[in-house]
Design a protein around this ligand. Structure first.
Ligand code: FES
Length: 325
């Protein structure tokens, strides 16, 4: 179980902050004392304490062999819950920031025949890091990078100057039909045993996963990372009871509260970070009852097993949910 509150925070300095593309700002983070930063692998993210009580996750997008810096890219999203705005407005070059050591929920699978990386918009960040690692390892891969328009496409220069520039295909929503991503064709023309990695908006990921599923790709060869949860309709939310298996205590969760909020009020702290079912920090084992899963962190098979849940956002289908707490 990954747990933000158990990890100690590191202090880093913002060595550079710059606009990378329309609405996308990059931050280069270094150790204030010039020492190497903790190592990371492609697909890793860091928790950033944007301000008190506000922690956000950002994928590292620089090459994993670099130990002198972490690079993150932040999209100013009008629908976000304030994290990107706070980063943009409050965090400046020279500032000190608290971050977690890198964690990786989206690792590359070693020794595969070929890797297909598919990025939607700011979802390019972990995939760019993967491209560096795959290239360093001499592995076979292609990166398909989709964006709404050229001005919203981050890292075009970085990619052009990279050793893997020839392996990247750009697809612009507002460009010619011929350059647009033909996902069926991409998935049909890869070697057997290839692995697929997708990151981007929820709808984009769903479209790619559905297509891969229909094309018969085994689930074990498909990997995805969401950076925000889809909006959830909460109008029909109902009250239910949570029972803590270790003490037997029962606590009622009202329709307008999350399990995490209610338990915290009763002195039971579950560590949280994203509070929207994306990061995995609050992962909790389920002993009995049927959760109503609302996260995008667990896989479909894990949801179906009902053995664990993300209580920051998920609720209960059964009247009682017994948690391993
Ligand atoms: S706190 Fe991030 S998934 Fe629950």
């Amino acid at each position: 179980v990954s747990n933000a509150s158990q990890s100690s925070w590191l202090t880093v300095r913002v060595a550079a902050k710059y606009v990378e593309a329309t609405d996308i700002c990059c931050y280069e983070l270094v150790s204030p004392d010039g020492l190497p930063l903790p190592p990371f692998t492609a697909g890793a993210h860091i928790d950033v304490r944007v301000r008190r009580h506000m922690v956000r996750q950002y994928s590292l997008c620089n090459a994993p062999h670099e130990r002198h810096r972490y690079v993150i890219a932040v999209l100013s999203d009008p629908d976000s819950r304030g994290g990107s705005l706070a980063m943009r407005e409050r965090v400046e070059q020279g500032d000190l920031l608290e971050i977690s050591a890198p964690k990786n929920h989206f690792p590359l699978h070693p020794h595969v025949t070929h890797s297909v990386l598919i990025a939607g918009g700011i979802g390019v960040t972990p995939l760019l890091c993967m491209a560096y690692e795959l290239n360093d390892n001499g592995a076979s891969f292609v990166l398909h990078y989709c964006a709404r328009s050229r001005d919203r496409m981050a890292f075009v220069q970085t990619i052009a100057q990279s050793a893997f520039a020839a392996r990247v295909r750009f697809h612009l929503d507002d460009g010619d039909v011929v350059q647009q991503l033909d996902i069926n064709r991409v998935l049909a023309t890869v070697p057997a045993g290839a692995h697929l990695y997708v990151c981007g908006p929820v709808g984009f990921i769903s479209m790619i996963l559905d297509t891969a599923d229909k094309a018969g790709w085994p689930a074990a060869q498909i990997h995805r990372e969401y950076f925000a949860a889809a909006p959830i309709d909460t109008r029909n939310d109902k009250e239910f009871v949570v029972q803590l298996a270790r003490s037997g205590r029962t606590i009622t969760v009202a329709a307008n509260e999350s399990i995490v909020q209610v338990l915290a009020r009763h002195g039971v702290d579950i560590p949280v970070s994203c509070e929207q079912g994306v990061c995995g920090t609050c992962l909790t084992a389920v002993v009995a009852g049927e959760p109503e899963h609302r996260d995008v962190y667990l896989t479909d098979a894990e949801h179906a097993s009902n053995k664990m849940m993300m209580p920051c956002c998920s609720r209960s289908r059964s009247e009682r949910l017994v948690l391993d707490l």
